[in-house]
Write a protein that binds this ligand. Sequence first.
Ligand code: ZN
Length: 136
Amino acid sequence: MVKVEHIGIAVKDFSKSIPLFESLLNTKCYKMEQVESENVNTAFFSQGDTKIELLQSTTEEGVIATFIEKKGEGMHHIAFEVENIIDEMNRLQSEGFVLLNEKPKQGADNKLVCFLHPKNTNGVLIELCQEIRTIE
Ligand code: ZN
């Protein structure tokens, strides 16, 4: 894995959390993007060479809504940048990790993404992500 690409944080209300993170990080939210397949809105903040991604559900039953209902707002996942997502998915699967999606899917921020089941990762939801332009 190349580096921590971003940390995802589940929030209820962008109108409160975006200003909060802008003042916490002392930087403006530079991008907002809806990911329809996941029923989430995302808001990104740059911090050094990594990012914070806020996630807000667009539906009552979305994954983020369900997460907040169970655990409350807070840290949702850690995303690692990888050179080749297919290679990394194969490697992790052969190491016994459980992938939540069999094929990479389109995520926010022009990325292909894959999630690992948190039951094999000490309860931490892990996202792999790769820039789409590097796929041939
Ligand atoms: Zn993410």
